[in-house]
Ligand binder design. Structure first.
Ligand code: AMP
Length: 549
């Protein structure tokens, strides 16, 4: 096949600029709300490409971003991959040690950073050998006092607004995103042009989350989370209007943009929408033209789907993973449900849904046997297809546990019913997901057990109304230790090493941690016996507020 027919991102950019030159891109930034057209978007993307080339970025180089959702970040989305380089979107909410590790492994040449995140980056980079030689570009009109580097506008100033985009092979890596969804260090997932292209095409089908040129699309899911679930690419391919909600958007910002910009489709983790419900009820405002909310990253609560149904806004529940670019299943009702009553349809919509066209799934039990699709038998979900990764970045040696014969073993324990609706019922690994962000229970346990006066400790995820899951620590103190003082010491220690939202919402003291027959801590028993929602009522809300980290 000739390179000229490659499945690359460039065609989406070309289409938007040529068919929809006047369609808008709107962005909330620290400088206020800005707007421009696809025509200008194309020109600025070319100017950035020229600036990157002049800086020395070449095919195969990696460029990092440490940014929220805004137009400049969106410019890097097409510009960096379309010159053949690779965009590494760094999650600024990760613990410092994780950020250093991934920047080192990715070998980023240049990092674009938001003003609001500059203090965080300065703290992470200070004295860290992993950051040696990396230059920074500040996302705005101005430079920063905290991080040395040129401003983005100065970086692209004077550059030509035309770029002779090269032919790129579809197998060329376009993106890189790290996931902490398994135990151990974060793992990188590379996205080739073909993966992003095919993911875009599949999500645009009616079986996915279709977007048309009349839509206004606002991804609230951060652009450092698997390319904002691919929405910037899909909205561009469709010629839709884009709205980017900027740094740490709160529900008021989100609702204002929905109302003032006529947003029809938005997307994010359940926590965002639970916060929005509270705000809308208190402020007594409507949601204007909003039609669809794509919800994923954690299970969408049924009560939330009902609340939005009452307001004629459809929650489209999707399941995915960083390893899947990220969407794998979407809970669209099958045609067989067209005449079904509301409750029957709702039962299907609360599942994670049907696999997208282009992918295949199987459900495998502990013995490696496939289990029947009867809605009851459960096993691990395996998935394969063009936008599913088959290896982790730089780690071929660890592949066997995660991949087999082209299948990705997702670590999600599911049932599948006769119709093919996938229902996630558990996770194979002990990782906690709070408001869509991972917390490693093992890291917390190690740190707690390294504290004086702690004999044993486990950390388990407890279900939480707003954050879906929060960590709770169960600790056995050594004889004579004072629990109050010990809790303070533990929280101080964890607070020095981890972001506030990683800290357990409660520390409970036990005489011993239940053990399995082989003498290991039994988290399943701890969870079952002790962990219920009552334990974490009253948790300091600011501790879990991921947006302000
Ligand atoms: P990440 O790689 O951070 O996107 O996390 C992927 C994991 O999030 C999946 O393997 C699931 O455990 C979880 N997840 C994603 N979407 C959903 C969903 N709709 N319902 C339940 N869990 C989900």
């Amino acid at each position: 096949m000739s390179d000229k027919t490659s499945q690359t991102l460039r065609s989406f950019l070309w289409r938007a600029v040529n068919l929809y030159p006047d369609r808008e891109v709107v962005s909330r930034t620290h400088e206020g709300r800005t707007r421009y057209t696809y025509k200008e978007y194309g020109e600025r993307t070319a100017r950035l490409a020229n600036a990157l080339s002049a800086y020395g970025i070449e095919k195969g180089d990696r460029v990092g971003t440490f940014c929220w959702n805004h137009h400049r970040h969106f410019e890097t989305y097409f510009s960096v991959p379309s010159i053949g380089a690779q965009l590494h979107t760094i999650n600024p909410l990760l613990p410092d040690t994780h950020i250093r590790h991934i920047v080192d492994e990715a070998d980023d040449q240049l990092i674009f950073v938001d003003h609001s995140l500059a203090p965080k980056l300065a703290a992470v980079a200070s004295g860290a050998p992993e950051f040696e030689g990396i230059e920074f570009v500040l996302m705005g009109e101005t430079e920063s006092d905290t991080v040395e580097g040129v401003s983005y506008e100065a970086f692209i100033a004077g550059r030509s607004s035309e770029y002779d985009w090269p032919e790129i092979e579809e197998t060329q890596p376009a993106g890189l995103c790290y996931t902490s969804g398994t135990t151990g260090e974060p793992k990188g997932v590379e996205y080739t042009h073909r993966m992003l292209w095919s993911h875009t095409m599949a999500t645009l089908t009616p079986q996915g989350i279709p977007i048309d040129d009349g839509d206004t699309v606002m991804p609230v899911v951060p652009m450092f989370h698997v390319n904002a679930w691919g929405f910037p690419f899909a909205a561009t391919a469709a010629g839709a209007k884009h709205v980017y909600p900027g740094p740490s958007p709160d529900p008021e910002d989100v609702v204002r943009l929905i109302r003032e910009e006529g947003v029809t489709i938005t997307a994010g983790v359940p926590t965002v929408w639970l916060d929005l419900i509270d705000y809308v009820e208190d402020a007594d405002v409507g949601l204007a033209d909003l039609e669809t909310i794509a919800v994923g990253g954690a299970a969408a609560p049924e009560s939330m789907i009902r609340w939005f149904d009452d307001r004629d806004v459809e929650i489209v529940h999707a399941w995915g993973m960083t390893e899947l670019s990220p969407i794998g299943t979407v809970s669209n009702p099958k045609y067989t449900l067209a005449d079904a009553d509301y409750e029957t349809r709702l039962r299907r919509r609360t599942t994670q849904g049907l696999v997208l066209p282009g992918l295949e799934i199987r459900v495998v039990d502990d013995e490696g046997e496939e289990v029947p699709w009867d809605g009851e038998a459960f096993g691990e979900l395996w998935i394969r297809g063009p936008w599913v990764t088959t290896e982790y970045f730089g780690r071929p040696a660890t592949d066997e546990a995660d991949f087999e014969g082209g299948w990705l073993k997702t670590g999600d324990i599911v049932t599948v019913d006769e119709e093919g609706y996938v229902d996630v019922v558990d996770r194979a690994e002990d990782v906690i997901k709070s408001a869509g962000e991972w917390i490693s229970s093992i890291e917390l346990e190690d740190a707690i057990m390294a504290t004086d006066d702690v004999a044993e400790a486990v950390v388990v995820g407890v279900s939480h109304e707003k954050y879906q899951e929060r960590p709770v620590a169960f600790v056995v103190p050594t004889d004579g230790a004072d629990p109050d003082a010990l809790s303070e010491t533990i929280l101080d220690r964890l607070g020095a090493e981890y972001p506030g939202w990683w800290l357990p919402d409660a520390i409970e003291y036990l005489e011993e941690i239940p053990k399995t027959t082989t003498g290991k801590f039994s988290k399943a028993v701890v969870r079952e016996r002790y962990a219920d929602e009552a334990l974490i009522e009253g948790a300091a809300p600011e501790r879990a507020d991921h947006r302000t980290e």
